[in-house]
Structure formats: structure tokens, C-alpha cells
Design a protein around this ligand. Structure first.
Ligand code: GRF
Length: 192
């Protein structure tokens, strides 16, 4: 059976990327990571791609802080298409995608977010959950649309907020849930 071609985009550590690549390596995911793209030159996610032998590229984002320059975003579309990417997986990618990407990959771009959306979109959601006194936290995988963390939710995983939790301990628990959930959701796309 033909494997699902993944393009993984990130800006940072890449622990979710690692979790996905490990599941592919273990034979648990009928997917092939065809390209890893980072908008940060020394992002750990590029190092992880190299470790797993996945083609990878640093894409200089241009002059904006929260999005890609339009020409750069068109270049991103070109790179992903050239690599036969069928599903775009955002794994800690810190820029909002715009029309070029959204039009090129309709319902084929997914993101993971460290909260039970629609609660706590935006940054450092685990801190928001802790400060709000939530008893439960978690993570969500959703389709990417033009908003911030606003697309249709595909799956969620819940973790408890424990007495004595710090931002760090809660974040670590949520990340462990992310590493299990994201490959499971990608497996659904492989089977579809
Ligand atoms: C994850 O917590 C994810 O929910 C958020 O960015 C973080 C990326 O972490 N969107 P990593 O780079 O995968 O370690």
C-alpha cells in the first residue's frame, strides 16, 4: 500500500516530530516523512530530521514576525509539492499560515495545540489552564484554518491537573499526551 507523504513544519525542539518519526520507524504508521521544514535556522527539529535521515530545509521566513512573507509561503507550497507531501503536519510551527498554503492543502494541514480547545488558544496554554484553576488539561489536534488554533477539532487527549503542579510539570504531562495522540491521528489519515 502506498504510504502517506508527510511534510512536518516546526520552529523549535521537535519532540512531536521525533514521536512521529519513531512511530514510522517502528512500523506503526503507514506514512513517510518526505520533508521537514523549519523557519528557524538552528531549530532542533532540523537536527531530528537529520538524525532520522529525512530531507530537511531551513526556510528563511522574511520580514514578518508572525507569518511568512507571501513569496516565501509560495516557495513553501512549491517545496512541499515537489516532495509529494500529502499531509502537512504542524509541530510547533510558530507562524500563521495564509492563503497560499491553505488553498494548496485544503483540509490537509493539521496542528497540535497544548490545550483542550476551544479553551486557551494562543501561547503557553498550560500556564493559562493552571492559572484558571482547571482540573483537567490536555491537547488537541485540529485542522488549520485562517485563524489561530480555531480550526475544526479532530481529536483531543485529556490529562489531569494535579495538586502541586507547576507550569513545567503540567507542560511535561501534556507533551507526553501529545506524543501519543499526534501519531494516532496521523494513522487515521493513513487509513482514510
Ligand atoms: C507543542 O507543545 C505543541 O502543542 C505546540 O508547540 C509545541 C511544540 O513542541 N504547538 P515540540 O517542538 O514538538 O517539542
Amino acid at each position: 500500500m502506498k504510504k502517506l507523504g508527510l511534510g512536518i513544519l516546526g520552529s523549535g525542539t521537535g519532540s512531536n516530530c521525533r514521536a512521529i518519526l519513531e512511530q514510522i520507524r517502528a512500523g506503526n504508521l503507514d506514512a513517510e516523512a518526505r520533508l521537514v521544514v523549519a523557519d528557524v535556522f538552528d531549530a532542533g527539529i532540523l537536527e531530528i530530521a537529520r538524525e532520522f535521515g529525512v530531507p530537511n530545509v531551513y526556510l528563511p521566513p522574511g520580514k514578518f514576525r508572525t507569518r511568512l512573507e507571501p513569496g516565501v509561503e509560495m516557495e513553501l507550497v512549491r517545496l512541499l509539492r515537489e516532495s509529494d507531501v500529502e499531509l502537512v503536519v504542524l509541530a510547533g510551527f510558530m507562524r500563521v499560515l495564509k492563503e497560499p498554503m491553505l488553498a494548496a492543502f485544503p483540509r490537509r494541514i493539521i496542528n497540535i495545540h497544548p490545550s483542550l480547545l476551544p479553551k486557551f488558544p494562543g501561547i503557553e496554554s498550560w500556564k493559562q489552564a493552571l492559572e484558571a484553576g482547571e482540573k483537567m488539561a490536555g491537547c488537541s489536534v485540529h485542522y488549520v484554518d485562517a485563524g489561530i488554533d480555531s480550526g475544526e477539532i479532530i481529536a483531543q487527549r485529556t490529562v489531569p491537573v494535579l495538586p502541586g503542579d507547576t507550569a513545567e510539570s503540567l507542560h511535561a504531562r501534556i507533551q507526553a499526551a501529545e506524543h501519543a495522540l499526534y501519531p494516532e491521528v496521523i494513522a487515521q489519515f493513513c487509513a482514510a
